[in-house]
Design a protein around this ligand. Structure first.
Ligand SMILES: C[S@@+](CC[C@H](N)C(=O)[O-])C[C@H]1O[C@@H](n2cnc3c(N)ncnc32)[C@H](O)[C@@H]1O
Length: 333
């Protein structure tokens, strides 16, 4: 049996493998953290029974299906609608704040069904720790307390557009979640600003899937009943259900295939950038270059929203954390 700790990844073969992948797929794994890539190579080697990196490299050359299998084990396209849904709840709150509108005047419900069931069970069992208060404290934490919110762009006569960038967007779940929130607000708020949602990713298959707009049960597990009813059509299949997203929501999002480390194709500036679950994979140098691109594209008073496990370091000092729980930053200068 091959043990992961016994496998040595020699530098020259590591580089050959990376070169091969660039040629075959355009994906440059040199941007990614070395440990992250090595672990995946080792797990594929164990799976196909290669003891050395030389034999795995040859196996890779000889087996046409190995590229796809290798990339599959990265699983980096993973995404779901309303991923970390509290982030979207606060995003909605911030938008309303920028429009001088009270949350109480708006109909919306972002709490996913499983959360609701959990909450019901808790109250049925008369437990003291009520999920509702946990949810509430996570959502309310930021807005009233941070004086930095004063720096937030405000919708006024001068500001009639909101530009939003979802980068990377994977299979579209993130930009479509944003579009649903905006459409729901737009229908209730007269004179709602014009908004444009750009979504980009390096992976053309992911973009193709995004444009199709059909998702499985796992991708939609965080969608609340309110949003499911409003924007999805459920299609029953033998193996479960599929969810087809309304064309109206699909039409809000412009998808672009691009490698962000080479810059952004459009010349737009953004008020809000969602950049979630990419920084964790990439190495330090690429990460800094990438963050420079993001920072330069963000308007003053604009928001940067990272993944919940991601953080900025001191190098990005004009970006200030306004919501530590949801990793929301504001550009202050
Ligand atoms: C885990 S997904 C994140 C999707 C979404 N932001 C979310 O939080 O659910 C990471 C995505 O990063 C994309 N990606 C990786 N390297 C990239 C690059 N250099 N430029 C653009 N996208 C990239 C992958 O194709 C993948 O779809």
């Amino acid at each position: 049996m091959i043990r992961i700790d016994d496998i040595q990844i020699k530098e020259d073969y590591y580089n050959l493998l990376i070169r091969l992948l660039i040629d075959k797929t355009g994906l440059n794994l040199n941007y990614y953290q070395r440990n992250f890539v090595e672990k995946r190579i080792k797990s594929r080697m164990i799976r196909v029974g290669c003891k050395t990196i030389e034999t795995y490299y040859n196996y890779f050359l000889e087996n046409s299906t190995e590229t796809a299998k290798f990339l599959d084990c990265f699983n980096i396209n993973y995404s779901v609608f309303f991923r970390n849904w509290e982030v979207f709840k606060n995003f909605e709150k911030i938008l309303l704040y920028s429009l001088y509108i009270s949350q109480n005047d708006i109909k919306s419900d972002l709490i996913p069904n499983p959360e609701r069931q959990y909450r019901n069970n808790l109250s049925k069992n008369n437990k003291t720790r009520n999920i509702k208060s946990v949810i509430k404290s996570n959502i309310n934490e930021s807005l009233p307390h941070s004086s930095l919110y004063k720096k937030l762009w405000k919708y006024s006569e001068k500001k009639v557009n909101i530009n939003i960038w979802s980068c990377p967007c994977a299979n579209g779940e993130e930009p479509y979640s944003i579009a649903m929130i905006l459409d729901n607000l737009k229908n209730q708020i007269p004179g709602f600003p014009f908004f444009r949602i750009i979504a980009s990713d390096i992976d053309k298959d992911a973009i193709r899937k995004a444009k199709r707009g059909i998702y499985n049960e796992d991708s939609t597990k965080n969608v609340s009943k309110y949003y499911e009813k409003k924007y999805f059509t459920k299609i029953k299949k033998n193996f479960g259900s599929l969810y087809s997203l309304d064309d109206k929501i699909k039409n809000y999002v412009e998808f672009i295939e691009e490698d962000i480390t080479n810059g952004h194709k459009l010349s737009l500036k953004y008020d809000i950038i969602f950049c979630r679950y990419l920084l964790i994979y990439i190495n330090r140098r690429t990460r800094e270059e990438f963050l420079d691109i993001i920072r330069n594209r963000l308007n003053f008073g604009g928001l940067l929203i990272l993944g919940k496990t991601e953080t900025l370091h001191n190098s990005q000092s004009e970006l200030k954390l306004i919501d530590s729980y949801n990793r929301i930053y504001i550009k202050t200068r």
